[in-house]
Design a protein around this ligand. Structure first.
Ligand SMILES: Nc1nc2c(ncn2[C@@H]2O[C@H](COP(=O)(O)OP(=O)(O)OP(=O)(O)O)[C@@H](O)[C@H]2O)c(=O)[nH]1
Ligand SMILES: [Mg+2]
Length: 417
């Protein structure tokens, strides 16, 4: 094993040196802040002492006897940077693609000769993979570092990680997020908690933009269904959206309810329909869906309410699917309450995998202080977010979710919208 001690300014500098000296298999054994006394004992500075090690078998041969590759060779993918042992009596096999592959038997005490793959004409095409590999390598070193010395991260980053977990972001995702902040920070050189938080907010909102860009109802959608567990706020949210589309977008709105499970459910929707003066159709079976749609044929937008049930039971998922097939909605929104435990939310969404869900709507943001589940679910299921609802008032308490809002809620910069 090769063990080396580094006294450096900060962790990025240490990582760069360790990588250069000991290669990508190196692990950090310890790190601590030390005081370096200056001239005549004054001008004392604080530095970081990092001890790293690598198994010399992993390193191939002791570092000192390794040749220093020319610059263009250092840019090769890491695999090809590592010295290859060539054993004259056991030549390397050729793979199908004609590339050299290492033979599994590597035991005999032969004189070792080191060489590097020739870059050849493929070098340029490797550049992108090269950068990616280096990022992954850095991430690997950081993860090892984090696992071994979890308290060695800058204090503001440790605090951010704790806050993310307290805000219901899963520990695994919180870990990934703070590692990304550390990487991103190589460029920004942030030091204060506020700066790190800013980097984190930007990272999350960029991820939301690129993967699950939030989108309210599409103006092209004519039939929209709302599904979800019991009591999450489906009917109330439908009333809010109906009012918004009617009053602000000037669309002719109609309602259908398939929720005949509870008498009060029909009355509740009828009350909203009366206030808004829009028609409502009640359907008791899938056959009636077609008639209801026909009756509402002059409407620009038809919102379909469904019965909240325990969708852990597959019979309800099947019934729901029959209704959805009969109504053939342009969009189906899964309504979820943020007052539900984060783990339960993930289970609920998994149960809805048999139903074709287009978007999420999160309700009851006003009744919780933890918003991390929004990130966990978006990250895992990659569905756009349509709306947040923030109270019982119809029609006011509803907002279109934007990536910045989501990021600020997840990072804990904002309570509810
Ligand atoms: N605090 C708060 N309460 C809400 C919100 N949205 C709905 N509610 C309340 O949640 C309760 C249930 O709302 P409903 O709209 O009936 O829920 P549902 O999903 O249609 O319920 P079922 O049809 O029984 O499955 C009502 O008291 C609503 O006023 C919200 O954003 N915040
Ligand atoms: Mg309802």
């Amino acid at each position: 094993m090769i063990v080396k001690r580094y006294v450096v300014k900060d962790m990025p500098e240490a990582l760069a040196k360790i990588k250069q000296d000991l290669g990508h298999e190196a692990v950090i054994l310890s790190s601590k802040k030390i005081k370096q006394r200056g001239f005549l004992g004054i001008f004392t500075t604080t530095q970081l002492e990092v001890v790293a090690a690598v198994n010399d078998r992993e390193a191939g041969i002791p570092h000192k006897s390794r040749p220093n590759p020319p610059i263009e060779k250092r840019r090769q993918p890491l695999q090809s940077q590592r010295p290859r042992t060539q054993l004259p009596s056991q030549p390397e096999k050729k793979s199908d693609a004609g590339k050299s592959v290492r033979t599994p038997t590597y035991q005999r005490p032969q004189p070792i000769q080191t060489s590097f793959e020739q870059p050849g004409h493929k070098a340029a095409s490797f550049q992108e993979a090269d950068v990616l590999r280096e990022v992954q390598e850095l991430r690997g070193i950081l993860t090892k570092f984090l696992n071994q010395t979890p308290d060695a991260l800058p204090v503001p980053i440790q605090k951010l990680r704790e806050e993310l977990v307290a805000n219901d972001v899963s520990p695994e995702l919180a870990e990934k997020l703070v590692l990304s902040v550390v990487q991103e920070n190589e460029e920004f050189q942030a030091t204060s908690e506020q700066e790190f938080r800013h980097i984190l907010t930007n990272l999350i909102s960029k991820e939301i933009y690129s993967k699950v860009e939030p989108a309210p109802l599409s103006p092209e959608s004519r039939v929209v269904a709302f599904v979800g567990p019991t009591g999450v706020g489906k009917t109330t949210t439908i009333a809010k959206i109906a009012a918004e589309q009617l009053l602000k977008k000037k669309r002719k709105v109609g309602l259908i309810t398939t929720d005949t499970f509870r008498i009060a459910a029909v009355e509740q929707l009828k009350t909203y329909a009366n206030i808004l003066q829009i028609p409502v159709e009640v359907v008791f079976s899938t056959e009636e869906v077609e008639f209801a749609l026909e009756k509402l044929k002059d409407r620009d937008l038809i919102l379909i309410d469904t019965a909240g049930r325990n969708f852990g039971e597959s019979i309800y998922v099947d019934q729901l699917n029959e209704f959805l097939q009969a109504s053939n909605p342009d969009e189906t929104c899964l309504v979820l309450s943020l007052t539900t435990k984060s783990n339960d939310l993930e289970h609920i969404v998994s149960h809805f995998e048999g139903v074709s869900i287009d978007k999420f709507i999160f309700t009851k943001l006003d009744e919780t202080n933890s918003y991390g589940a929004i990130y966990n679910l978006s990250h895992r299921f990659k569905k756009p977010l349509a709306y947040f609802t923030t109270g019982q008032n119809v029609p006011e308490d509803i907002e279109v979710a934007t990536p910045e809002q989501i990021a600020r809620l997840v990072v804990g910069e904002k309570r509810h919208v």
